[in-house]
Ligand binder design. Structure first.
Ligand code: 3HC
Ligand code: NAI
Length: 702
């Protein structure tokens, strides 16, 4: 099917091995089922029908079988043939077709295999229906065929989780018929030959009887989803589709699945989740770094083994780097080792590491010491000492003295000026900020803070490191709080202003949880400790604009020893060590003292008003961050808030959300609020420009 030198090679190759037709999908990078591939698959099946081959194997070239439908086509008008009809064409074929899977068979990829008459998968191959993570449900027969193979309860859990299983797990469930052995093609041909030898004809999943209904399983799942999937649409659509599998014949069940699929396709949640999917992948693609070669990174040093240093060391160890950690004294070094050992034990519990690998790391890969000289071989040293410019410059001076030429110095500072820290060393070109989030071995975000002096290959090395640690890396310029904490200060400011105007912390948290955040800002403050915000306010005291407000009630809570969960009370009360906060009338009474008696009058906020103000503050500051060149693209901001600040994924990130609700309405609201508070609500020039041009943040993503 492929002509040599053809500028548009077919995404499907067809050849013959005796009586076996071999159909290979070749549509890199993930063999996504775009329109060209769907059409070519129909042609390949027609060729198979017409020639004298007796059986066909269908497999993928490159890294995997098929990664799914082509997500880039979503939201655009559908182009025939659609995937369900391609699969129906395969299933109805009068000669048997065998799917031979390797790497990944996801979404439409697994559905394609379920339409084939026999299935083989190579060991380790991941089979999954992850559509729920994109705000969808399987739309090409997955909800109808899978329960016919595995039973409805198992299919329900599998499709709702969106998490792939391995071929080894899929075999006993009946999803596949055989595990491959050495190589894909050899295994596929051997299976096909066995089937030929047995004169096995087509065996259609669609011909299997409907799955037996299981009302108890449906009721239990509905109850669970009411708690875990609040606000989401597609999990509930999945339940409906599986109910249809039990109640309808295949044709009607497939039609119902398709109806629900197309309904989900129209939802803003689908658009938000797919935006998040692409943001995660595009954020590290920086044109300026193309062709820049990263420096070698074999040995990592960490200075400071407290909350962050121990987490950073854990993350590096889990990625396979040897780590030398320097602390102030023996006791602190031992404490750091104990913390890291506990982090690694938790990784064993979660199945991320074997017990033997943990033991080997602790013996061979980790050294916790007090002498900076131990870092003489390090390619990179990351400091995570106290947040003080003087302490950090002293640490950098010691690092500068012991590190070899070309070794990099990184700071995990949350707020301090990385340009000044760099300038205090003899090698400003080798200095960069690596702003991890707590817990550093768990949180996905890594802000890579680039100083004006940082060399391009140091930036490239930081991105390479972040990738190997499994982080989502965002490049940030230097300003107070970088991208994330600067924007956080703005939306926390909006929440505090609503408190002054009459809202309670509980009301604000509830409205934001309703929007999709896992926790509201005041519950988060209680979790992190109110002393952190207090210290930040003190640090900013000297530079604070007199027009800004100070949340005196937050300071008073600290003075009262109400530091949050760790002291049993903060904004909330935590009875007897509980981690669930109860609204506290004492907090409300304390806050009431700070509310102005006169204008603006105490106001009752609806949930929608709370959400809009909070998000508008986020968007307005984000537009300023973009305007100032601290973030290069709107997608960098969406990535920061999604992966470091718990922004609900189904809203796609603050700037995707802003585009979806309309920028001119947001600007109008900001201008209205600015009438009472012109300092805080000064509209961002970039937002004004986009509105004037009738444009969107998305237009700046390049
Ligand atoms: N459609 C279009 N492009 C896709 C894609 C898809 N389904 N899956 C991945 N890509 C793109 C990525 O955006 C990336 O593009 P880039 O190089 O330009 O950034 C490239 O393919 C490589 O992707 P990854 O970097 O993610 O490669 P990995 O090897 O790390 O991961 C993967 C491969 C596990 C397949 C991962 O890409 C993935 O999870 N993809 C999405 C899987 C999925 O959700 N499938 C279901 C789709 S919905 C569906 O099938 C509907 C059906 O029921 C009708
Ligand atoms: P921490 O107080 O838990 O740990 C700091 C550690 O540094 C202590 O163990 C201390 O003994 C050690 N230390 C101090 N001076 C040292 C020196 N001269 N040499 C060697 N070790 C020294 O502090 P935490 O929370 O880990 O913060 C560290 C840095 O990370 C700060 O800059 C902070 O702003 C930043 N950060 C903190 C986050 C958090 O959530 N805790 C999140 C992101 C960044």
């Amino acid at each position: 099917m492929t002509e040599q030198g053809d500028p548009n090679p077919s995404p499907v190759h067809y050849d013959r091995v005796g009586a076996i037709a071999v159909i290979v999908i070749d549509n890199g990078p993930v063999n996504a089922l775009g329109q060209n591939l769907r059409r070519a698959l129909v042609q390949a099946v027609d060729t198979f029908v017409q020639d004298d081959a007796e059986i066909a194997v269908l497999m993928g070239a490159g890294r995997m079988f098929v990664g799914g439908a082509d997500i880039k086509e979503f939201g655009k008008p559908p182009v025939a043939p659609d995937l369900p009809s391609v699969i129906a064409h395969i299933e109805s074929c009068a000669k048997p077709i065998v799917a031979a899977m390797h790497g990944n068979a996801l979404g439409g990829g697994l559905e394609l295999a379920l339409g084939c008459h026999y299935r083989l998968a190579m060991p380790g191959c991941k089979l999954g229906l992850p559509e729920v993570t994109l705000g969808l449900l399987p739309g090409a027969g997955g909800t109808q065929r899978l329960p016919r193979l595995t039973g409805v309860e198992s299919a329900l859990e599998f499709i709702l989780s969106g998490t792939p299983i391995t071929a080894e797990t899929a075999l006993p469930k009946g999803v596949i018929d055989r595990l491959g052995t050495s190589d894909l093609r050899g295994s596929a041909l051997a299976f096909a030959q066995d089937l030929l030898d047995r004169s096995a004809g087509p065996r259609r999943v669609g011909d299997l009887p409907r799955p037996a209904p299981n009302p108890a399983a449906f009721a239990a799942m509905q109850a669970k989803l009411a708690k875990t999937a609040r606000g989401l649409a597609s999990p509930f659509a999945i339940v409906k589709a599986l109910q249809a599998a039990c109640d309808m014949d295949l044709t009607d069940g497939l039609a119902e699945e398709r109806r629900l699929f197309l309904e989900m396709m129209q939802t803003p949640q689908r658009a938000g989740l797919i935006h998040a999917f692409f943001v995660e992948r595009k954020v590290a693609a920086l044109p300026a770094l193309e062709g820049v070669v990263a420096r070698p990174l074999r040995q990592i040093g960490v200075v400071g083994g407290g909350t962050m240093g121990a987490g950073i060391a854990t993350s590096a160890l889990l990625a396979g780097y040897p780590v030398t950690l320097v602390e102030r004294d023996e006791k602190a070094a031992n404490t750091a080792r104990t913390t890291i050992a506990a982090n690694l034990a938790a990784a064993v519990t979660r199945g991320k590491l074997t017990q033997a690998a943990r033991a080997a790391i602790l013996t061979d890969a980790l050294a916790c010491v007090t002498d900076y000289a131990a870092l003489s071989n390090a390619d990179l040293a990351i400091e995570a000492v106290f947040e003080s410019f003087d302490v950090k410059t002293a640490v950098f001076a010691q690092l500068d003295a012991v590190l070899k030429p070309g070794a990099m110095l990184a700071t995990n500072t949350s707020y301090l000026d990385v340009n000044r820290l760099a300038a205090a060393t003899s090698r400003p070109q080798d200095v960069i900020g690596l702003h991890f989030f707590s817990p550093a071995h768990v949180m996905k975000l890594l802000e890579i803070v680039v100083a004006s002096s940082t060399a391009p290959d140091v930036i490239a090395t930081a991105f390479a490191l972040g990738k190997s640690l499994g982080k989502v890396c965002v490049k940030s310029g230097v300003c107070d709080g970088f991208i994330g904490n600067r924007i956080l200060a703005a939306y926390r400011g909006a929440a505090d202003r609503m408190i002054l105007q009459g809202a309670s912390p509980f009301q604000i948290d509830t409205a934001l949880v309703d929007f999709g955040f896992a926790m509201g800002p005041y519950a988060v403050a209680d979790l992190a400790g109110l002393d952190i915000g207090f210290l930040t306010r003190q640090r900013k005291e000297a530079s604070r604009d007199p027009r800004d407000i100070v949340p005196g009630w937050a300071d008073e809570l600290v003075h009262l020893g109400r530091l949050g969960q760790k002291t049993g009370s903060g904004y909330y009360r935590y009875p007897a060590g509980s981690r669930t906060g109860l609204p506290d009338p004492q907090t409300d009474a304390l806050i009431a003292k700070y509310r102005p008696v006169t204008s603006p009058p105490a106001q009752a906020f609806t949930d929608a008003q709370i959400q809009r103000r909070y998000l508008a503050a986020m968007v307005n500051e984000a537009a300023k961050v973009l305007h100032d060149g601290i973030a290069a693209r709107p997608l960098d901001i969406d990535a920061t808030l999604l992966f470091g600040y718990g922004f609900p994924r189904h809203h796609g990130g603050p700037l995707h959300w802003a585009d979806s609700v309309g920028l001119s309405g947001l600007l109008q609201d900001i201008n209205d609020w600015a009438q009472h508070d012109p300092f805080f609500w000064a509209p961002a020039p970039l937002l004004e420009r986009l509105v004037a041009e009738n444009s969107l943040f998305a237009s700046l993503n390049g």
